[in-house]
Design a binder for this molecule. Structure first.
Ligand code: HEM
Length: 321
């Protein structure tokens, strides 16, 4: 009896051991369910208080995840501070004087370490924080896959090369995303993140003064707070979505259709090229965009994670252990 029931369990045991063997390479939403059961509420309450102090912070936190994932995968490399002997990514062109929210990540890490010391990676904190920010600003939710570990390295040149600049043409945007395994369609869904947040004059000056695929009245409005001379007013801000910059809605795509994209790169996705029809669809069907955005965020979160015994669980997100 005992041996026959053992035999009948044998195939199940085999499947179990096969799964165990591969699980380290897979991200899964319940990765911390026993090791850190309070993880989600712990993160959410810090994100919530950061956003209630400053609504823009939701945008800044979402962007951190993008800038992390595009450089050697979603491994927390963006969070490492420069030191005299270490060059991180914070001073790379797309990040310098621009990315923000590191103090919020520190607060989250402190709260998470208090709840479950030494368990949760900074890379995973960025993934959950990005989702919570979207939800708190009225966007869709999703199950975040977890189990990433933190890098011991960073790449300033990777940040300079992989994160597309706002001067990008449509074909440059497509190729930078394709280099990360993301399609043109996923790129368009993801750049809808520009429905929240702000950009600096230095990044939209050329578009509002020199480009022709821009609504003339809108261009004038943006010129009024962005002097034409490079070096003056460079850090003056304007909303990426002129209508609702702290609401995660599809107005960004409506703006593009009416030629009111703030960045040259934004307007490129609706400028007569291959992505025009997708932008039109998103401008009239928020639910189509929501579901495509969620799927693309999950896919972006899958870029080259460190899992199993690779990397480490940093104690402090700003430095390696
Ligand atoms: C398609 C290529 C992209 C380009 C060329 C681009 C470029 C930029 C630029 C230039 C800014 C303004 C930075 C500044 O002036 O300081 C910005 C802001 C922002 N980006 Fe992107 N971006 C892209 C894709 C994405 C993606 C995929 C996401 C997220 C999924 C994202 C999220 C954001 C957010 C939320 C902000 C506002 C941040 C804040 O207010 O602090 N961007 N982006």
């Amino acid at each position: 009896m005992a041996s026959s029931s053992f035999k009948s369990l044998a195939p199940i045991a085999l499947v179990f051991f096969i799964l165990l063997g591969t699980s380290s390479a897979q991200l899964t939403p319940n990765f911390y369910s026993s090791s850190c059961p309070k993880l989600f509420p712990t993160i959410k309450s810090v994100v919530q208080s950061a956003i209630s102090s400053e609504k823009r912070m939701g945008a800044s936190l979402l962007r951190l995840f993008f800038h992390d994932c595009f450089v050697n995968g979603c491994d927390g490399s963006l969070l490492l501070d420069d030191t005299s002997s270490f060059t991180g990514e914070k001073n790379a062109n797309p990040n310098k004087g621009s990315v923000r929210g590191f103090d919020v990540i520190d607060k989250i890490k402190t709260a998470v370490e208090q709840a479950c010391p030494g368990v949760v990676s900074c890379a995973d904190i960025l993934a959950v924080t990005a989702r919570d920010s979207v939800v708190l600003l009225g966007g869709p939710t999703w199950n975040v896959k977890l189990g990433r570990r933190d890098s011991r390295t960073a790449s300033q040149s990777g940040a300079n090369n992989n994160i597309p600049p706002p001067t990008s043409s449509l074909s440059n945007l497509i190729s930078k995303f394709s280099a990360q395994g993301l399609s043109a369609k996923e790129m368009v869904a993801l750049v809808g993140a520009h429905t929240i947040g702000q950009a600096r004059c230095t990044n939209f000056r050329a578009h509002v003064y020199n480009d022709t695929d821009i609504d003339a009245t809108f261009a004038k409005t943006r010129q009024s707070n962005c002097p034409s001379t490079s070096g003056s007013g460079d850090n003056n801000l304007a909303p990426l979505d002129l209508q609702t910059p702290v609401a995660f809605d599809n107005n960004y795509f409506k703006n593009l259709v009416s030629k009111k994209g703030l960045l040259h790169s934004d307007q490129q996705v609706f400028s007569g090229g291959s992505t025009n029809s997708q932008v039109s669809t998103y401008s009239t069907s928020p639910s189509t965009w929501s579901s495509d955005f969620v799927a693309a965020m999950i896919k972006m979160g899958d870029i080259s994670p460190l899992t199993g015994k690779s990397g480490e669980i940093r104690k402090n997100c700003r430095k390696t252990n």
